[in-house]
Design a binder for this molecule. Structure first.
Ligand SMILES: Cc1cc2nc3c(=O)[nH]c(=O)nc-3n(C[C@H](O)[C@H](O)[C@H](O)COP(=O)(O)OP(=O)(O)OC[C@H]3O[C@@H](n4cnc5c(N)ncnc54)[C@H](O)[C@@H]3O)c2cc1C
Ligand SMILES: *[C@@H]1O[C@H](CO)[C@@H](O)[C@H](O)[C@H]1NC(C)=O
Ligand SMILES: *[C@@H]1O[C@H](CO)[C@@H](O)[C@H](O)[C@H]1NC(C)=O
Length: 421
């Protein structure tokens, strides 16, 4: 039984799902539409931990991923003059200690590119088994504008007006998913976004002499936090976070990138440390990405034959470091259930939802109270916070937390996916 599948979004989980589906049944007809005219391979460093490395290994991609990983040696907290306050994660013996850096860290763009290239390569290998006009096809600069459920399938209307019928439509279009809105309605879709009250901007700037491979963090009054992460790369990633309310910033998401850049520059203009350098770089950066941080909490992951995957269905937010992990688990479980249940798409979607719940709950567990503490508003609050960070960095020196690496045991097994054991 082969399926006609439409995947909306070629980020991380879209290409991963396409690959898994095709491998389980080369006769599937899989189309991926991506709104952007080319692959959006921007973004900063992301963590691959818990189940993600295991899934990538089963897909035969872990070695490739490892050779693309960045090598960050720790996190240094600095004061307004750049003096070290606390050091996490780096040890004299070169051993990794707990901190911001996890076992596998990769630039988002490199992960997107590895998955995309691998799916193209696999398609070239399997296409002869698929039959005419099938396999995995990417369409860039395309999106859908309507979805209509019929008894035989779901009709998707494309931007240009054409309509096509599918057995399954997968919303893999990220936190602000429009596909989710089309399938569940604006009200349900909007209500699923639970803000954590933090605004974030990510972009790259040129590296400077002597920057080394440590990440650096700086707390500034007015509930602002700056991180730089450069690892062993030729550029430095900048992350700006703020919990200060700003109607200008809030409104800028509906406006141009220029407007978003200006709003963040205004918000961070007197944050000391390297602010001048970081804001000069912001102006000229070409990979700027900003959003309001939140979690997506949906009561249901599917409506008829439309199913939510990754950030579109259960974004945990970047502070958990688990978003990529969760979206890969989602792609794996969805492909596994579809492979197991053949033509019973409804049964597969139900089972996908049941199997995903514990993973979603696990990854979304997060205390917004702790988050509040991390963003002091006054100089005194920052002074206290820096003392606490110093103490914690010393304690973790004495008691290194063991890296738990048996999370893969929680994953269901799907021999139907024809993956490495
Ligand atoms: C440009 C970009 C930069 C990012 N940078 C970071 C970062 O620095 N740190 C971090 O932790 N997380 C970042 N993220 C989020 C991170 O990729 C996700 O949290 C996570 O990896 C889950 O991936 P996903 O595939 O579900 O969604 P995403 O990675 O968000 O991918 C969604 C894809 O769908 C496409 N899309 C969106 N709407 C439509 C539409 N209507 N029609 C067709 N296609 C559509 C998008 O262009 C994108 O390619 C970034 C996301 C993007 C898109
Ligand atoms: C990080 O180190 C590994 C192993 O030494 C190497 O394979 C990899 O290329 C390095 N990453 C970068 C970005 O240089
Ligand atoms: C595969 O899907 C594409 C896109 O929906 C469609 O144009 C094509 O006709 C399909 N091919 C077959 C053989 O069904």
């Amino acid at each position: 039984m082969s399926l006609n599948v439409l995947i909306v979004g070629a980020g991380i989980c879209g290409p991963a799902l396409a690959m898994l589906l095709q491998k389980s049944n080369p006769k599937h007809n899989i189309t991926i539409v991506e709104r952007s005219p080319s692959l959006r391979s921007t973004g900063q460093q992301i963590d691959l931990k818990t189940q993600a490395p295991h899934i990538l290994r089963k897909m035969g991609l872990l070695d490739e991923i490892k050779s693309n990983c960045v090598n960050e040696t720790g996190l240094e907290m600095v004061d307004s003059k750049g003096k070290q306050i606390a050091l996490f994660g780096a040890s004299a013996s070169g051993q990794r200690r707990p901190g911001l850096t996890s076992e596998h860290e990769i630039m988002r763009g490199d992960l997107v590119q590895v998955l995309y290239d691998a799916s193209i390569k696999q398609d070239a290998e399997l296409r002869h088994e698929s039959g005419n006009g099938k396999g995995v096809t990417y369409v860039f600069g395309e999106t859908i504008t309507a979805l209509d459920e019929t008894t035989e399938g779901v009709d998707a209307t494309f931007f240009g007006g054409q309509k096509k019928r599918y057995d399954l439509v997968v919303a893999a279009d990220g936190q602000g998913s429009r596909t989710r809105r089309l399938a569940f309605g604006q009200e349900v879709s909007d209500a699923a976004f639970k803000s954590l009250g933090v605004h974030a901007a990510y972009y790259s700037i040129p590296r400077i002499e002597g920057e080394g491979s440590l990440a650096r963090g700086h707390l500034a009054p007015g509930r602002r936090m700056i991180l730089t992460r450069t690892s062993d790369r030729p550029v430095t990633g900048v992350l700006l976070f703020t919990m200060k309310e700003s109607s200008r910033l809030q409104a800028s998401y509906q406006k141009s990138l220029e407007d978003q850049k200006e709003s963040f520059a205004e918000m961070f203009k007197d944050a000391d440390w390297q602010t001048d350098r970081l804001l000069a770089g912001l102006k000229t950066s070409d990979d700027f990405y900003a959003h309001e941080i939140g979690q997506i909490k949906m009561k249901q992951l599917s409506a008829g034959r439309v199913v939510l995957l990754g950030d579109a269905g259960y974004c945990p937010g970047p502070f958990t470091g688990l978003g990529t992990n969760l979206c890969l688990v989602g792609a794996y479980v969805l492909a596994g259930e579809l492979a197991r249940r053949g033509s019973d798409v409804a049964g597969a979607l139900k089972s996908y939802e049941e199997k995903m719940r514990p993973f979603i709950n696990d990854c979304q567990r997060f205390s917004s109270t702790t988050l509040g503490f991390l963003f002091p508003s006054s100089q005194l609050g920052i002074w206290s916070m820096n003392r606490i960070l110093w103490a914690v960095s010393k304690i973790s020196d004495i008691f290194p937390r063991s890296q738990q690496d048996d999370h893969w045991k929680d994953l269901p097994e799907y021999p139907e996916l024809n993956l490495a054991s």
